[in-house]
Design a protein around this ligand. Structure first.
Ligand SMILES: Nc1ncnc2c1ncn2[C@@H]1O[C@H](COP(=O)(O)OP(=O)(O)OP(=O)(O)O)[C@@H](O)[C@H]1O
Ligand SMILES: [Mg+2]
Length: 231
């Protein structure tokens, strides 16, 4: 049997990750020794009570926040301890992020919300626009291309935020409660979309409070007090 090349099968490996925030009253230990392994092509749901460190964990995987201790590896590359330039390049190539609070650009159209990160990621404007239109189509937003996020419904904004996370064909899609702003039907629609992306090979880590949504993933892990517990 040929030896398995771990760099091709491991998408994410977090070991002993710790992250403490300084706060006025007492330090907040958001991550207290997190271990997590995600294989390429896997769809993993992260659950756990508010404040247990789920968003912080996604942020350190994306290199948006440093770890104080421990290691973070994505697509075979060490992410911890890198400088901002390296991290920016790494994120453009490897990470799609759907934020808990959308982070859409208010002043520009739905289309430009997708074109701009594409161009920043190194695409020619025409290629970025064509990719953006494909994604709007995929997410049922084709007729909203020229509208600004403020006039879209919560569910449409949520789908636009997901499209934005996919613009650069990321190795890893990180989604922080992508169904949080939706009713249960809208939530299951988004889940269906994630399942389709997953069927096409997309690696996904998704934070969710909904057991129904988590049940649609390959596997769920639970966080508690800054640690990942086996379910
Ligand atoms: N920038 C920050 N400065 C100080 N404390 C922070 C910061 N970011 C997060 N925290 C604290 O770290 C802990 C974990 O926060 P985190 O946002 O990761 O939780 P969460 O599991 O995503 O919660 P929720 O389900 O409410 O989104 C919380 O106690 C939070 O108050
Ligand atoms: Mg959160």
């Amino acid at each position: 049997m040929p030896a398995t090349d771990v760099t091709t099968t491991v998408a994410v490996q977090v070991r002993g990750a710790r992250r403490t925030f300084t706060a006025e009253l007492a330090p907040v230990r958001a991550l207290r020794g997190v271990d997590l392994d995600v294989r390429r092509g896997e769809f993993v749901a992260v659950m756990g009570p508010s404040g247990c460190g789920k968003s912080t964990l996604l942020n350190v995987i994306a290199g948006l926040e440093p770890v104080d201790e421990g290691s973070v590896e994505v697509a075979g590359e060490r992410v911890d301890g890198r400088d901002e330039d390296w991290l920016a390049r790494f994120r453009r190539h490897h990470i799609g992020f759907v934020f808990q609070f959308f982070n859409l650009l208010d002043g520009v159209s739905a289309l430009d919300n997708l074109v701009m990160p594409g161009v920043l990621g190194g695409m020619k404007r025409r290629a970025a626009e064509s990719r953006a239109r494909d994604l709007l189509d995929l997410l049922g937003l084709a007729d909203r291309a020229n509208q600004v996020p403020a006039v879209l419904s919560g569910g449409q904004r949520q789908r636009l935020a997901i499209a934005r996370g996919l613009v650069n064909e990321p190795t890893l899609l990180l989604a922080d409660e992508p169904t949080g702003a939706l009713d249960s039907e809208g939530g299951l629609e988004v889940l269906e979309l994630f399942r389709r992306l997953h069927d096409d090979g997309q690696t996904i880590i998704m934070v969710t409070h909904s057991p129904d949504v988590a049940a649609g993933a390959d596997r769920a892990v639970r966080m508690r007090d800054g640690k990942v517990e086996p379910v």
